[in-house]
Design a protein around this ligand. Structure first.
Ligand SMILES: Cc1ncc(COP(=O)(O)O)c(C=O)c1O
Length: 467
């Protein structure tokens, strides 16, 4: 006969807040789901361990197509350049390149990675405030689309161009006040102060450089879509101005990234469904002023400038989830319940600014209680959710954390724990490992021990107590 007795738990009084209403309606009954992209969570954990990142290739492709559709139906010449820093797992980049995306990179490393994934130089947009001489030399030789951040970079590119005897087409990054966002003035050249026009003059007076495109990236997770209307008006206005004054011919406007994903930013009261603009709203804001500003140019027989998008999080975030397992339940001295899970902020960097959705994988019974979810790290900062209403969970229960596709697989760090596997679900619910879990060998691969510190045969033996 099996022992059906429950373990004894010290009684405590807890205020139950289930069913509590707020001004937007009642709290929803706890949702649960036991599969991801059509594959059972239990089977995924059994095969690949926990924690585990799971990417849906179909969702990723659908998101990219949706983005392009929103813009291409409003503006005839659109190019999408995948923002590598958002998620540069090879499988993610390759799926997007197969969808026709170029690469948008911000370092020599990202440039090399894009080339290693088969992206030709002339389909790489090279951004960022630090581009080394060697990475610029390669990018220039391969015809990459370099967007200049500051004057020192401009001079460096000019000197490389002179050495090679080539006339190098370049872009400049602009920063300006949209009236809806804080100006990220540390990147690029300022429009209002005249700095951007000065840079354009400097290029116009160079015999080895040519200003061919303009870049701007106004911020990230920009919730007010009107900011893009202002941005497009300012950049297109600058384009007309700079062409008229310096005689250059701009053939592309790169509006950067920054569209919000369906994640819940901490401190924002309303849920993502209510605050995140649709891709169509962003597209409408960008394309309308761009078309208006180019009427005259088209009338004069010149082609429309290509609109380049560098959307990151809005394409990849909800294509990836993280499965984590409950390792312990605890009571805090103030009566709050806390749950410890096996995925921490070392793999979920975005927990610092999002309240990720946490979904149980079975129907949890019992009254929901305010719960803190801690990660496994022996560090006070390791908090996955500061407060969530959750019914009781047991050790071994799995939870799905989502969306996690943006800025986690690039900003994660090997700290205390090994980083877990990442799998891709594709085709008819097929699962492929796209990044292996770390091992002691992979983590220590780059370390070297000087001979006098190398372990010897005597190491590991108990010290002689007489000495
Ligand atoms: C220059 C540039 N382009 C594109 C992106 C992608 O931004 P997001 O993920 O907000 O779309 C970034 C990210 O900060 C960026 O710096």
């Amino acid at each position: 006969m099996t022992d059906a007795r429950k373990p004894w738990v010290k009684p405590s009084i807890v205020m139950h807040r289930s069913g509590m209403v707020n001004k937007f309606g009642s709290v929803q009954r706890s949702q649960w789901q036991d599969q991801l992209a059509g594959v059972s969570v239990a089977a995924l954990v059994e095969e690949h361990g926990s924690p585990l990142f799971v990417i849906s290739e179909q969702k990723l492709r659908d998101n990219a197509r949706h983005l392009l559709h929103a813009f291409a139906t409003r503006y005839p010449s659109v190019r999408y350049a995948w923002s590598y820093k958002t998620n540069y797992l090879g499988a993610v980049c390759r799926a997007l390149h197969q969808e026709g995306a170029w690469a948008e990179v911000v370092s020599g490393f990202e440039y090399e990675k894009a080339r290693s994934l088969g992206v030709p130089g002339n389909e790489i947009v090279f951004n960022g405030p630090h581009k080394t001489r060697s990475s610029l030399e390669r990018a220039i030789a391969e015809g990459a689309r370099i967007q200049v951040d500051h004057l020192d970079e401009l001079y460096l590119i000019e000197s490389i161009a002179r050495e090679t005897g080539r006339r190098v087409p370049i872009g400049i990054r602009l920063n300006y006040e949209t009236g809806y966002t804080e100006n990220w003035s540390r990147f690029g050249f300022n429009v209002e102060s005249g700095q951007a026009m000065d840079a354009a003059w400097r290029i116009a007076n160079s015999d080895s450089l040519e200003l061919k495109w303009l870049h701007s990236h106004i911020g990230t997770f920009v919730l007010d879509h009107r900011a893009y209307g202002a941005a497009a008006r300012i950049v297109a206005g600058f384009m007309n101005d700079v062409e008229q004054k310096t005689g250059c011919e701009i053939d592309a406007i790169d509006i950067g990234g920054g569209f919000a994903s369906h994640n819940a930013l901490q401190g924002i009261y309303l849920p993502p469904e209510q605050v995140v603009p649709s891709l169509d709203q962003y597209a409408e804001e960008v394309c309308t002023p761009l078309l208006e500003a180019t009427y005259e140019r088209v009338a004069r027989g010149r082609p429309l400038p290509t609109l380049i998008l560098e959307t990151g999080r809005a394409v990849v975030d909800d294509a990836e989830s993280l499965i984590t397992t409950v390792v312990a339940n605890k009571k805090m001295p103030d009566g709050r319940r806390c749950v410890i899970v096996d995925a921490g902020v070392n793999v979920l960097f975005t927990a610092f600014w999002y309240n990720h959705q946490i979904t149980p994988t079975r129907d949890l019974t019992g009254a929901p209680e305010e719960t803190v979810i801690y990660g496994p790290l022996c560090m006070n900062i390791d908090v996955i959710r500061k407060s969530i209403l959750l019914p009781p969970v047991r050790t071994g229960d799995t939870l799905i954390v989502s969306p996690v596709g943006a800025y986690n697989n690039t900003q994660w760090l090997q700290f205390i724990e090994y980083r877990p596997r990442v799998v891709l679900v594709h085709g008819e619910a097929e699962v492929s490992v796209v990044r292996e879990r770390e091992t002691l060998a992979t983590v220590t691969e780059l370390e070297q021990l000087p001979p006098h510190l190398a372990p010897t045969d005597h190491d590991g033996q108990s010290p002689d107590p007489s000495r």
